[in-house]
Design a binder for this molecule. Structure first.
Ligand SMILES: NC(=O)c1ccc[n+]([C@@H]2O[C@H](COP(=O)([O-])OP(=O)(O)OC[C@H]3O[C@@H](n4cnc5c(N)ncnc54)[C@H](OP(=O)(O)O)[C@@H]3O)[C@@H](O)[C@H]2O)c1
Length: 331
C-alpha cells in the first residue's frame, strides 16, 4: 500500500512516497482504509526529530495523528464497530499518511451519531484537534460559563476548534491573536469578538476589556507571548500552555508572582492523556462528531491535497501560511 514517511529527520525534503505492507489489526484494534488524513503541527515536529529518530518498521516513520475512513477488519475482542463502517480515529503513535492504518478502538468513533452522519472529509480534521481543544478549555482551563477567553494562533487547527467549542461551552467574550494581518478576516469569520495581531496584543486586549483582561488564555506559542499573556489574566485567571510553536528557550516564571497575583498556569498534552486516560479522548471525539453532524461546528477545511503533496502541506503549516485545517486525500 502507499504511504508517505521519512527515514531520517529533517526538512520537508525527507518525506518520501513508500510502498509498505498493509497492517493487520491486533486485539482491540481495527484496520481502517483511510479516505482523508488531517495534517497537524505535531507531524512537523515528528519529522524534524523533536520526538526522536525514526524507529518504525524498516527504520521508517509514517506521520499522521488523525484520519477518517472505513473499517476494513476487526481485531480480536472488538465489538460495536463493523466492517465498512465510516469512522474517525486518533492515532497516538502516528501512521495516518497511509492507505490503511491500525487504530486502537478506544480512539475510534463512528461517523454515525445520534445527530446524523458526520461528513467524512470534515471528520478527518477532528480526532486530534477537538479532543485537544476540549482538553485545554475544560480540563486544563476549567472554563466556566460566561468567562472570557483569549486564543493565540486563532486561525489555526486547534485555535479554530477552540473558538467554536468555547461558544458551545458557554464562554463570554472570545478573543484571538494571529501572526499576520492577512489572517484577521478569516479568523473573524469564526465568530471571535475581536482578533488582534499577536504583536502588541496585550495593549489591545487591555483597551478592549477596559483593563480587566480575560479569565483564560490558550497558548501554543510560548516565549515572550506566554510571558505577556500572564499580564492579561483577570483575578483567578488561568493560562494553559500546550505547545511551543515559536521554538523558544525553556521559559520560567516565579511561583511567588503567581500566588501574589491570583494567576495560574496549567498544561495540556494529548499524548499523555492517551496513555493515562484514553477514554477521555474517545468521549471528546464522539462529542465532536455529534456536534459536526448537528451542524454546530465547522472544522474549517481550507485545503485538501493529494497524499503525494504531503511536503507542501507541511510547508504551509511550518511557514505559518496555513489557515484552518489542511487535509491529505487518499482516495
Ligand atoms: N499539547 C497538545 O496536546 C497539543 C495537541 C495538538 C496540537 N498542539 C499544538 O497546538 C499548536 C497548533 O497546532 P495545529 O496543528 O493546530 O497547527 P496550526 O495552528 O494549524 O498551524 C500552526 C500555526 O501556528 C502559528 N505560529 C505561531 N508561531 C509560529 C512559528 N514560529 N512557526 C510556525 N507557525 C507559528 C501560525 O499561525 P499564526 O502565526 O497566525 O499564529 C501557524 O499557522 C502547535 O503548537 C501544536 O504542537 C498541542
Amino acid at each position: 500500500m502507499r504511504a508517505v514517511g521519512f527515514r531520517v529527520n529533517g526538512g520537508v525534503e525527507v518525506l518520501e512516497e513508500l510502498d509498505v505492507p498493509e497492517p493487520v489489526p491486533a486485539a482491540g484494534q481495527v484496520t481502517v482504509r483511510v479516505a482523508f488524513a488531517g495534517v497537524n503541527f505535531a507531524e512537523i515536529q515528528h519529522r524534524r526529530g523533536e520526538f526522536g529518530t525514526p524507529d518504525g518498521p524498516g527504520g521508517v516513520d509514517v506521520p499522521g495523528l488523525e484520519v477518517a475512513g472505513a473499517v476494513v477488519a476487526l481485531g480480536a475482542g472488538v465489538s460495536g464497530l463493523e466492517v465498512g463502517e465510516p469512522i474517525a480515529a486518533y492515532l497516538p503513535a502516528f501512521g495516518g499518511y497511509a492507505e490503511v492504518v491500525t487504530a486502537d478502538t478506544r480512539f475510534v468513533r463512528s461517523l454515525r451519531t445520534g445527530a446524523g452522519e458526520a461528513d467524512l472529509a470534515e471528520a478527518a480534521g477532528l480526532p486530534c484537534v477537538y479532543p485537544t481543544a476540549f482538553g485545554v478549555l475544560k480540563d486544563a482551563g476549567r472554563l466556566r460559563e460566561g468567562e472570557d477567553v483569549l486564543i493565540h494562533s486563532a486561525a489555526g487547527g486547534v485555535g479554530s476548534a477552540a473558538a467554536q467549542l468555547a461558544r458551545e461551552l458557554g464562554a463570554g467574550r472570545v478573543y484571538g491573536t494571529v501572526g499576520s494581518v492577512e489572517k484577521i478576516p478569516y479568523a473573524a469569520e469564526l465568530g471571535y469578538d475581536g482578533v488582534f495581531l499577536r504583536e502588541g496584543f496585550a495593549e489591545r486586549l487591555a483597551a478592549e476589556t477596559g483593563g480587566r483582561g480575560v479569565d483564560l488564555v490558550l497558548d501554543p506559542v510560548g516565549g515572550p507571548i506566554r510571558e505577556q499573556s500572564l499580564t492579561v489574566l483577570a483575578p483567578f485567571g488561568r493560562l494553559v500552555a500546550y505547545g511551543d510553536l515559536g521554538r523558544h528557550e525553556q521559559w520560567t516564571t516565579s511561583v511567588w508572582d503567581l500566588w501574589k497575583s491570583n494567576r495560574s498556569i496549567a498544561g495540556f498534552n494529548i499524548g499523555d492523556l492517551a496513555r493515562r486516560a484514553p477514554e477521555r479522548i474517545g468521549e471528546y471525539l464522539g462529542e465532536a462528531l455529534r456536534l459536526l453532524a448537528a451542524g454546530r461546528i465547522r472544522p474549517g477545511v481550507t485545503q485538501t491535497l493529494p497524499l503525494a503533496e504531503a511536503a507542501k502541506a507541511h510547508q504551509l503549516l511550518e511557514t505559518g501560511a496555513g489557515r484552518g485545517k489542511i487535509l491529505l486525500s487518499l482516495t
